[in-house]
Write a protein of this length. Structure first.
Length: 115
């Protein structure tokens, strides 16, 4: 599975961004799609994920501000980020868990929130 993410950029505090990610290759057995983020010196952390039955899970820090969704027909996952804060600044990675929940990662897209 190959993943291509897009939509990062620079935004002011309180602004919005929408990340998109498209999966290609052997997408028949995708179980979970979602987003993680990482800042220098820290571990990669879960932001939001959506399962193949459309159950969602969010990090506490983004609940009520971020929304994860997917388009199963197009093998795409989205992350709508509203009311962004400087602490949301990170490299965001698209993630897919395929057959046997093997992890696949996109290349990362930088989100920078200025105060």
């Amino acid at each position: 599975v190959q993943l291509q993410a897009s939509g990062g950029g620079l935004v002011r505090s309180g602004g919005s961004l929408r990340l998109s990610c498209v999966a290609s290759g052997d997408t028949r057995n995708i179980n979970v799609m979602g987003w993680y983020r990482q800042v220098p010196g820290a571990q990669r952390e879960l932001v939001a994920v959506v399962t193949k039955i459309d159950a969602t899970n969010y990090a506490d820090s983004v609940k009520g501000r971020f929304t994860v969704s997917r388009d199963a027909a197009k093998n795409m996952v989205f992350l709508q980020m509203n009311n962004l804060k400087p602490e949301d600044t990170a490299v965001y990675y698209c993630n897919v868990k395929g057959e046997y929940f093997v992890d696949y990662w996109g290349q990362g897209t930088l989100v920078t929130v200025s105060s």
